[in-house]
Design a protein around this ligand. Sequence first.
Ligand code: T1G
Length: 699
Amino acid sequence: MSEVVTRATQDQVAIVTVDSPPVNALSAAVRRGILENVNAAVADPAVQAIVLVCAGRTFIAGADITEFGKPPQPPALNDVIAALENSPKPTIAAIHGTALGGGLEVALGCHFRVAVKEAKLGLPEVKLGLLPGAGGTQRLPRAVGPELAVQMIVGGSPIGAAEALKHGLVEEVVENLVAGAVAFAKKVLAEKRPLRRLRDDDSKLAAAKADRSIFTNAVAAMTKKARGLEAPFACADAIGAAIDLPFEEGLKKEREGFMKLVVSDQSKAQRYAFFAEREAAKVDGVPDGTKPRPVSRVAIIGAGTMGGGIAMSFANAGIPVTLIETGEEQLKRGLGIMQKNWEATAARGGLPPDAPAKRMALITGLVGLENVKDADLIIEAVFETMAVKKEVFTAVDAHAKPGAVLASNTSYLSIDEIAATTKRPQDVLGMHFFSPANVMKLCEIVRGAKTAPDALLTAVSIAKKIAKVPVVVGVCDGFVGNRMLAARSKQSEKLLFEGALPQQVDAVVTKFGMPMGPFAMGDLAGLDIGWRSRKDRGIKSEIADALCEAGRFGQKTGKGYYKYEQGSRAPMPDPEVETLINDTLAKLGLKRRDITDEEILERMVYPMINEGARILEEKIAARPSDIDVVWLYGYGWPIYRGGPMHYADSVGLKHIAERLSAYAKATNDPSLEPAPLLARLAAEGKTFASLTQPSKAAA
Ligand code: T1G
């Protein structure tokens, strides 16, 4: 019999328990074990009902994603579900933790479901570029109605036990998992309740069959933000089949949709991203047994845009914050913005009405750096100059308690230089958040030359606690993300000098899937910042300089590389910019040439990949997938392309190296020559992925 699934009978109820850590995923062994034990329970005259439950921290969290792309092993999941659904004895799923994907589909195959109040139930397959492939698109609409089914399947977010009870997805919320499920089974037997096979129950589909707009409106709302993604639309089609077709035909449609997506490049990229995010939190070079330091209070220095957003992230996670500013006025302004942000979210229904007050209550605003004294973690988010950083860290070093972790939110500056101003460089590191810090998920954890392993683990674990995705990076100018972005910005500027227009470059980059192109981004950030720093450093960028000399600082002045209508952030191409570019190039004696979209895309992406290779050579990033996680969660890289390094492997490193060499010669820019690592892998016909042990996401 199975090692991962066991069965015991209690009071005529067979309790079939899955125990396959870490998340009871539906591996072949688990599928076999469930099938064997359910069949045995059905055949056992001493058994009158069957409860399916899981040991460990969660109910089944889905199919085993590591099995995708490999030859399928029997039994098929649909056969396991059919055994539960066709059982002549009541089958009850007892849910705790997260019943997700194939796990919820197994539960939907049972006649009844009970859950503990903390449980979450969902079909997140769309987040892996898939659709529920074991009846979820056919049974969930029958359980909760098409509207909620569309939200859950096309959106991919789970619902809680209370909402599941409200919508009939579970029959009961129980206090004690197993005892509650057995008691429920006894009730079903005592009341001779008919066995509810969802496949036979179209009652909740009737309204949508009569008025299809119930379904199409829900789909339209959920696919608004699905730009470039295939899976959300495939999910919607499969749910549509549940409304239009008999169950078995709908199941067939679902299967066809699943089989198409599971081999798609998009799903491969999204499965890769799933595991890449989890790998990124595993820090190399930390001795086994190293524990993070306890963090119960955080101090944040600076209540500006970044400091305020960071403080909100901690309060959102229930961690008290001391917010420190140089004066009452700055403090008041910072606290005011945080309150407004929370109230706006609550007004949109994104937070319970009492949450803003509760979270503000976790923030203590104080003036004076001495107030860092009680904090376990101190994050500095002040003006981005080394002089100011050093001044702040010197003071923090004097007041902070022993063992406190001192973090800088710098986006570029050297953590080692900052750490050297303290007597405790082992406690200093970088925690680089991204704006808006209460929204963006990425946190680059910058490891200094002297940063202690437990300080590093403290930053990684606290970042996860505040729902950030931590990636450990080394010290260099711009760390991973901004360093690669600089390589792209350099090319975007050069393309203007060679003949491209801002709107052409941005259109190529957004068509590729990025949320915004380099020139619209420049206008958002403000062109005057770069202009002032160029002037400080005595360097020129004739086109950008000319724009600024003409007062075109971007959105803040209503015009930059684009023009903006009053109150609108929508960039509109401006013929004045083309004239300005032509005049500037004429002065420089430069001629414009036609540049293809293909060349623009290659010169936007390949130099970044090349810089990524250098970052790996210098061990600034531990693995290529870490670089991808930085771009996925910090810079809006399209999830269905997996990240720059994964994308490079899908294009082929040989082609990329050849194109880079060609551009290096054509534009006389030696920095475009392929980095040694890229050149070597290309020559050996290898991939970036080959640099780390086979990833869990099978190709
Ligand atoms: N398959 C294989 N491994 C998995 C896994 C899965 N489904 N889920 C988690 N793991 C591994 C993960 O890689 C990590 O490994 C460890 O478990 C702990 O995970 C037919 C097609 C359940 C909410 O999309 O969302 O069903 O790094 O660090 O933060 O229709 O894991 O320790 O070696 O994330 O507590 C649908 C995916 C699959 C859910 C727990 N299911 N998992 O979060 O732990 S497709 C999902 C999660 C499907 C059917 C279809 C989360 C979690 P390691 P963790 P966590």
